[in-house]
Design a protein around this ligand. Structure first.
Ligand code: BGC
Length: 852
């Protein structure tokens, strides 16, 4: 028996003192953020808080939009921005800092990190997700978790699984082929679960291949627990449970938030009907209680040794500035006449600072990850403190995106005068918290019209500003060729202004690298044709050809490739790569088992050392990236042209050499064989290429080595049907027909069949509105409740409500897209499901009448 099993056994015994209905009560939360405590048994409540880049603790237990209801915390760069550091030490430090604040704020579990992949640049929560690459997402997520859990605070690895869009987020069905699911989407979770044992895993809102994630027996019981050995608590995303009994049977333990016991009868009925055993209930309740006991104990062991809040927040403020500096990505710095580069700025030379975002920065996204920062630095305050010269400022555009000619004119005038007097023009552009938010996807990759117009007018006057970008994900930059310098600040958190000033002046050097491909436009990506378009079924037609896996395979021109980023000095050179013999048989040929079961974890099969040389006088930071290329393509098992297989960020002292050891895992040389139920080694020749970014690696400019892989044992047969052409040589958008044929290889083409479209409790409210007056009245009441909770009278328009409370837009949209069954989960069982079923029946009848 493992330690965890013993712990569970002991708690299970204690819980037998409760009646069955009391135990059932423990299966869902007490309120938005806490579980039920059992004081008579000494079992405390678990306390949760978002989120991945700072706490959003709401001590009242209510999920409130009102800022006053949330405790202030340190706002670190958003998860997606932290990722551009490619710096596991930094992620670990931020995880540890958030955990320390959690200990002070009496929180047991921090709801993060989100390691879902960025399938498409319009994904609304991309700013919360690390990357389009699973290896990178897994490594960064693991570092953050280690930081948090080492401090005795639990995490919630989320959103399991395939949560890649916000459009109809509570009902959409991600239809994914088996290889893409295993090799790509699940590959971001698996190493974390195996390596870190996160205390909890959060089951996503969406469905996966027809089954809700919360009730997905294969996903939760078989893959997560059975194959990967997960021992922690499986909790629902907030309001994600579709059917509590099915979810329990599938391996979910805790439903959040609390439905006030109003749905306990579902569990009771399922027990009576024999669909569920009492053991399922006991197992789930014991896991929740054991975790509450363990985390409470861990907290009490540490709380006496914590730094004072004053010192802690001061340290974390400094870490937030440091983090923002390490994540910035220099995207362009073109030498001017005379060879001088525009960045860094010259100390003592005046600056004309344009852009309202210099004063009111966009430093985080909207939704559940939104933090109430303890402080906020701005470039407008920070730059004059460090520049030792005059800084003039004009907003130039409105933050709501509308065009304001007066502001434009004032900015143009100021810029003209500044240039005439020898000043530099710095322009800050970016999105807003409402543009990048949970709850909806981005409609466009373009910047707001007023911002692009300002830049175009400046260019028309011959003024070429240095541009800073505040955005958590990809932007489309029509004016890219015209500007001399471009620095991506991402969503930099509370230290963003201070960090930006330091970066501009060269007091720190930008060394971040993009963690996603920046296409010239979204239409150039293979996922574009099927991303967030459907009512329900979302076919992931592009399979694993997401981001660079597609653009490099199909040779598509991009704005910036995955892994791209410049620095101020000369780049650190890669001087060579040396294979470190380890397998005793020489590394020119690796002999690997032909097939291994899913329970076998990844193992290192090759180690190698990359030599580096820094030509600059000053120390420089670089990110070594290693990519794997298959030299003997196999038509039955196509792979992307290049795949990231390891990386390291390191600093090399001025004018000196250094080296770093990297490793290759067996899984990178294998493909998931659904028919055989295991990982199949891809025999043949391979090349390992070091590069500055993926495109650089494709050009084969850095050091590399080639090796062969031999499969030992019997290789299972490939499916009889051939792989459709598109997946062997992807080009343009894959069609539904291509995808249908891909799924047919494993007998899964039925996943694409549409259901009969009849209304049910799973139907989003907005679909019922045209068909039933009762649905419209219900929507009107629900809207009123949301507005009242946010302190707004219900009679104002949506636009006015958004103006008063920017986050409300997301809630109103979420309400319209919500399936009826989810409403009681957010309001302690009100209205009862019976009423909602009645609305559904009325709507079905109304629709039938309209059709006649
Ligand atoms: C989000 C989760 C979040 C939870 C609690 C949900 O809407 O999807 O990421 O942790 O709310 O705020």
């Amino acid at each position: 028996m493992t330690g965890r099993e013993q712990e569970l056994d002991e708690v299970r015994g204690r819980l037998q003192a409760l009646s069955l209905s009391q135990r059932i009560r423990l299966l869902s939360g007490r309120n938005s953020w806490q579980t039920e405590a059992v004081p008579q048994l000494g079992i405390p409540a678990l306390v949760f808080s978002d989120g991945p880049h700072g706490l959003r603790h709401q001590p009242s237990g209510r999920d409130s939009l009102r800022e006053g209801g949330t405790e202030a915390a340190t706002l670190f760069p958003a998860a997606g921005t932290l990722a551009t550091s490619w710096d596991e030490d930094l992620l670990l430090a931020v995880g540890a800092a958030i955990a320390t604040e959690a200990l002070w704020q009496q929180i047991h579990v921090v709801l993060g990190p989100g390691v879902n992949l960025r399938r498409h640049p319009r994904g609304g929560r991309n700013f919360e997700y690390y990357s389009e690459d699973p290896l990178l997402a897994a490594r960064l997520g693991a570092a953050w978790i280690r930081g948090c859990q080492e401090r005795g605070v639990g995490v919630s690895l989320k959103h399991f699984a395939a949560n890649n869009q916000e459009h109809r987020r509570m009902v959409y069905d991600a239809v994914i082929d088996p290889r893409a699911l295993r090799e790509f989407y699940l590959a971001a979770f698996e190493p974390i679960v195996r390596g870190c044992q996160p205390e909890t895993v959060m089951l996503a809102y969406n469905r996966l291949n027809g089954v809700p994630a919360t009730g997905h027996r294969k996903l939760v019981n078989e893959v997560l627990r059975g194959e990967w050995g997960f021992e922690g608590l499986a909790i629902s995303d907030w309001g994600a449970t579709v059917n509590r009994a099915a979810a329990l049977a599938a391996g979910m333990d805790l439903e959040m938030p609390g439905s006030g016991g109003s749905l306990d009868y579902e569990v009771d009925h399922a027990l009576r009907a024999g669909e569920l055993g009492e053991r399922d209930v006991d197992r789930a309740v014991a896991r929740t209680s054991a975790l509450a006991l363990r985390l409470a104990r861990q907290r009490s062991e540490r709380v006496g040794r914590l730094p004072s809040p004053e010192r802690m927040y001061a340290d974390h403020a400094a870490l937030a500035v440091e983090a923002a500096g390490r994540t910035a990505v220099l995207l362009k710095n073109e030498a001017l006449e005379g060879g001088r580069k525009p960045l860094p700025l010259t100390v003592g030379r005046p600056v004309c600072l344009l852009g309202a975002l210099a004063r009111r920065p966009h430093v985080q996204g909207g939704g559940s990850s939104h933090v109430r920062p303890r402080r906020q630095s701005t470039l407008l305050e920070a730059l004059p403190r460090r520049l030792a010269a005059q800084v003039t400022y004009q907003p130039g555009y409105r933050l709501d995106g509308s065009i304001d000619e007066a502001l434009l004119d004032e900015a143009l005038e100021a810029a003209g005068a500044a240039v005439a007097s020898g000043a530099e023009v710095v322009l800050v552009l970016g999105l807003s918290d409402a543009d990048e938010s949970e709850g909806y996807d981005r409609g466009t990759l373009l910047l707001p019209a007023g911002q692009n117009l300002l830049l175009e007018r400046l260019l028309a006057l011959g003024i070429r500003p240095l541009v800073l970008l505040q955005s958590g994900s990809v932007l489309q930059l029509p004016w890219f060729d015209e500007v001399p310098a471009l620095l991506l600040l991402g969503l930099a958190g509370q230290g963003g202004g201070e960090a930006a000033a330091r970066l501009l002046l060269g007091l720190s050097e930008p060394a971040g690298r993009l963690t996603e491909t920046w296409p010239l436009m979204a239409e150039n990506l293979a996922a574009d044709g099927s991303f967030a378009r459907a009512k329900l079924r979302e076919p992931y037609r592009e399979s694993f050809y997401v981001g660079y896996r597609y653009t490099e395979s199909a040779d598509v021109a991009v704005r910036f490739p995955f892994g791209f980023g410049l620095g101020y000095g000369e780049p650190v050179a890669f001087v060579g790569v040396e294979v470190l013999t380890e397998n005793g048989e020489g590394n020119s040929c690796l002999r690997l088992p032909a097939l291994q079961g899913p329970e076998i974890a990844d193992t290192t099969v090759l180690r190698y050392r990359v030599g580096l040389s820094n030509p600059n006088a000053a120390a420089a930071v670089t990110v070594v990236q290693a990519y794997l290329e298959r030299l003997d393509p196999d038509p039955d098992w196509p792979v992307p042209r290049l795949v990231l297989c390891d990386f390291a960020r390191l600093q090399v002292a001025g004018e000196s050499e250094a080296s770093v050891e990297l490793a290759l895992g067996w899984r990178q040389l294998a493909a998931w064989n659904e028919g055989a139920g295991g990982w199949q080694t891809l025999a043949g020749r391979w090349r390992l290429q070091i590069g500055r970014d993926v495109r650089d690696a494709r050009r084969r400019q850095g050091p590399a080595f080639e090796f062969a892989v031999e499969a030992v044992g019997e290789t299972p047969p490939a499916p009889e049907q051939p792989v459709p052409d598109w997946y062997r040589a992807p080009a343009g958008q894959p069609q539904e027909w291509d995808f249908w044929r891909l799924l047919r290889r494993d007998g899964r083409e039925r996943l694409l069949e549409e259901d009969d479209g009849s209304f049910s409790l799973e139907t989003p409210l907005e679909e019922l509105l045209p068909c039933a007056l009762s649905a419209r009245i219900f929507a009107w009441l629900a809207r009123g409740v949301i507005l009242l909770q946010a302190g707004i009278v219900p009679f104002v328009s949506d636009a006015e409500a958004r103006r008063r409370q920017p986050g409300i837009g997301m809630q109103l949209l979420a309400m319209r897209e919500m399936p009826l069954r989810a409403f009681p989960l957010f309001s302690r069982g009100v209205p009862p499901r019976g009423w909602l079923a009645w609305i559904v029946r009325r709507a079905e009848r109304g629709r039938a009448r309209r059709r006649r």
